[in-house]
Ligand binder design. Structure first.
Ligand SMILES: Nc1ncnc2c1ncn2[C@@H]1O[C@H](COP(=O)(O)OP(=O)(O)OP(=O)(O)O)[C@@H](O)[C@H]1O
Ligand SMILES: [Mg+2]
Length: 336
């Protein structure tokens, strides 16, 4: 019989639970988003996120088992995110997974959250195989990883300051838009002119795989102040479209560079910003994209979810990776 893996994700503000049969059959996929709880604070409040996970996690586990007709004791593996992320949030997931593992006599495996994101494009596509390049663009990370085999990762480059998602969220705050900013900017940009403002594209022509987004956010802030001083209305659509163009160009330039440097012509993208319509179009339809084939997760699996954690955990288990019964969270865990 195919193995059953329970995936648990609590690294930030989404509580995710999934039940995976075999390699890729999803029996249950549940997510309790805290976006509305945190929106009034303009960002994630770590202490509050941890308390919400505590309320939400076990009911979601119960619901996932019930909807799949599976008993806890029937599981073959529990895969839980153990880092990177917010310490309080991670503790809730890891401690719950440890307790369930003991109670049901089911082995436990800790999953690196970034390896989880890296697996998201593999969830829906069975034709993505290493070697490939993984662009992870999330709320906390912007990196390009060379994947020579599943489990064998080399970091080619990352951001020097803000992550792409963080840049979207900060830009939204400058523009007075709600949290999280990415989806809102994406929506407003659709009616705007991407060339209305000539925002800088950081590191566009450097020969290293590196990103920087903090200067772009500052350029947006100065532009908004300038328009305000002139007493004009803030052209939200044009500002969003121009900001989004600059972020997308920066990401696209480094994907193209990584393809050129490695000769690997398969590109997978994941993380919340991989839901961005301009980035998705750039990776699949731009002139540059003729150099590679791109794999993107469905929109709902770009952001945090437990299916990607279950799949990454199961794959690591098959490769012989084991975690101790007293697995501890590591908030600053790295992938490579
Ligand atoms: N359509 C979109 N366009 C741009 N950004 C988006 C879009 N949808 C979501 N985002 C951004 O994605 C981020 C959330 O993504 P994700 O859940 O992968 O990050 P995270 O889990 O908080 O970070 P990490 O995985 O690094 O710990 C937010 O910053 C959000 O603004
Ligand atoms: Mg994430």
């Amino acid at each position: 019989m195919s193995s059953l893996t329970l995936g648990i994700e609590t690294s930030c503000d989404d509580t995710g639970v999934a039940l995976l049969k075999g390699e890729r059959t999803i029996l249950s996929e549940l997510l309790s988003s805290q976006i509305k709880d945190h929106a009034r604070f303009g960002g994630v409040v770590p202490e509050f996120a941890a308390r919400k996970h505590l309320e939400n996690l076990l009911p979601l586990v119960d619901a996932a088992l019930k909807e799949s007709g599976v008993k806890g004791q029937d599981l073959d593996l529990i895969a839980v995110t153990c880092g990177p992320g917010l310490m309080g949030s991670l503790i809730v997931g890891v401690m719950a997974a440890r307790a369930l593992s003991q109670a049901w006599g089911v082995p436990l495996i800790g999953v690196n959250h970034l390896e989880g994101h890296l697996f998201a494009p593999l969830v829906d596509s069975d034709d993505l195989r290493p070697p490939f390049l993984s662009l992870i663009v999330s709320g906390g990370h912007t990196e390009i990883i060379r994947v020579d085999a599943l489990g064998q990762y080399q970091l080619l480059g990352e951001t020097r300051d803000d992550a792409a998602g963080e840049a979207y969220d900060k830009a939204a705050r400058v523009l007075g838009l709600p949290y999280p900013g990415g989806p809102e900017i994406d929506r407003l940009a659709k009616e705007g002119n991407p060339h209305a403002f000539d925002f800088p594209v950081p590191f566009k022509n450097t020969k290293d795989v590196e990103f920087s987004f903090s200067g772009l956010k500052t350029a947006l802030l100065w532009q908004v102040r300038k328009i305000g001083k002139e007493g004009k209305a803030i052209p939200l659509n044009d500002l969003c479209a121009s900001f989004q163009r600059a972020v997308t160009e920066a990401l696209l330039a480094k994907v193209a560079l990584a393809v050129q440097l490695t000769g690997i012509r398969r590109v997978a993208a994941s993380g919340g910003v991989a839901a961005n319509s301009a980035l998705r179009a750039a990776l699949t339809e731009s002139k540059e994209s003729q150099q590679w084939k791109a794999w993107l997760p469905r929109i709902s699996r770009c952001t945090d979810n437990a299916v990607m954690i279950a799949m990454a955990g199961r794959c690591a288990w098959e490769r012989g990776i084991r975690s101790p019964a007293d697995l501890s969270p590591d908030p600053s865990m790295e992938i490579a």
